[in-house]
Design a protein around this ligand. Structure first.
Ligand code: PMP
Length: 406
């Protein structure tokens, strides 16, 4: 028999495979979802499900010649010297565990770059199992049950899931329509339970780069309230109009997560890093020892080689594609906020065309794969396009979107 609880509170399932009512991952939703929970599953697993995005990928699998603008990873080939370094590491029998904190050579190079950029006395780096690994460990290490974590809506899908997993409470700040952060809104959302603010710039899913002034004000606000500020800078390389304003430049206690996945097209390698105050990084290192153990060892050698590879040409190509897609969408009559980074745009569904879910269903009927906004947001009014795709695919996608606009 299922016992019903209020959304956001604990859920009990009292018999094997009983359907229970559980709060969906989205922090703002009051909708109930019925999910079948195996009795062995922990209550925390009721906090998240990935059915929305899976639905899009399931539909994609059925299409013969899909125009795929849904993928969150670069389409350029991994530069040969990076591949060679990883292959050499495997051939050279560097296949055992590495040190928990990452191979010394990689850590030293990252540390040198970080020190040169920020010059903080107490800033230390740890090589992680992707940026995701760093995010998981930061939440586990810093968020107690009931702690509040502020982040911006639209958000990267992992944030509400991870906050829920550790028993925290997600507090979202709406950033529509321009997706810039409003620091006054953040200040108003701070309570005695606020433990962390998460900033992601350039952002997934909007591609928006937070402005220098806002980033500085946010960094100062976090310092003033003694709240942890976690900056997810995984798209830092893909910053087209100016270098990325990082809150770490204004708040020496900022925890920064970053990774090789997107910058070098190695999403499958699972190599990232986190840097921040030494006491936090030491605790994350201990946590890594008992969880991920280390980032894949031979691939850390590939990552080390990547640090010497110039990706300017690839980034320039993506900048051109950003211009093409934004101009194409605006010509077709779509409303698109100015975007300065990552490889996403987040246009609004035209008035009279229903929800983003309905609009995306029509796009998929036309072989175009895009992601509805409610995967990333309380609202279902926008859709995500990834322009990590060939010019030809982008042109085909724009063609379908023009037709759908009518
Ligand atoms: N943060 C953001 C904002 C992302 O978009 C992603 C990947 N989609 C990640 C973190 C995780 O990246 P990684 O492959 O390094 O785990």
């Amino acid at each position: 028999m299922a016992r019903e609880m209020r959304a956001g509170h604990r859920c009990y399932n009292t018999s094997p495979r009983a359907p229970i009512l559980a709060a969906p991952a989205a922090p703002h939703s009051t909708r109930w979802t019925t999910i079948v929970m195996h009795p062995w599953l922990a209550q925390r697993t009721a906090q998240f499900d990935s059915s929305g995005i899976r639905k899009v990928f399931d539909l994609a699998a059925k299409l013969k010649n899909p125009i795929n603008l849904s993928i969150g990873q670069p389409d350029f080939p991994v530069p040969q010297e990076i591949k060679t370094a990883a292959i050499d590491a495997i051939q050279g029998d560097r296949n055992g565990y590495s040190q928990t904190q990452g191979i010394g050579e990689l850590r030293e190079q990252l540390q040198t770059r970080i020190d040169a950029e920020y010059g903080h006395d107490d800033r230390k780096v740890l090589v992680t199992s992707g940026t995701s690994g760093a995010l998981v460990m930061a939440m586990l290490a810093m968020i107690d049950p009931g702690d509040e974590v502020i982040f911006f809506d639209p958000y990267f899908v992992m944030y509400p899931a991870l906050v829920g997993m550790v028993g925290g409470r997600a507090v979202t700040i709406d950033t529509y329509p321009d997706f810039q952060i409003d620091v006054d809104k953040v200040a108003a959302a701070i309570t005695p339970r606020t433990k962390m603010i998460v900033l992601n710039s350039p952002a997934n899913p909007t591609g928006v780069v937070a402005g220098e002034e806002q980033v500085k004000a946010l960094a100062e606000l976090a310092a003033q309230h003694n709240i942890a500020l976690l900056s997810d800078e995984i798209y830092r390389t893909f910053c087209y109009d100016a270098p990325l304003p990082s809150p770490a430049a204004h708040n020496p206690d900022t925890i920064v997560v970053d990774g090789f996945s997107k910058s070098y097209g190695v999403t499958g390698w699972r190599v990232g890093w986190v840097h921040g105050p030494a006491a936090i990084i030491d605790k994350l290192t201990a946590l890594q020892q008992y969880t991920f153990v280390c980032s894949p060892h031979p691939l850390q050698w590939g990552a080390l080689a990547a640090l010497d590879v110039d990706m300017t040409a690839q980034v320039a190509t993506y900048s051109d594609r950003r211009n093409t897609i934004v101009a194409g969408l605006r010509d077709a009559g779509y409303e698109v906020a100015p975007t300065g980074g990552a490889f996403y745009v987040f246009p609004k569904v035209p008035d009279g065309q229903g929800t983003a879910g309905e609009f995306v269903a029509r796009a998929i009927e036309n072989e175009l794969l895009i992601i509805p906004g409610n995967i990333f947001s309380a609202r279902d009014t926008h859709f995500r396009i990834s322009y990590a795709a060939s010019e030809e695919t982008l042109a085909r996608g724009l063609d379908v979107l023009s037709r759908l606009r009518g």
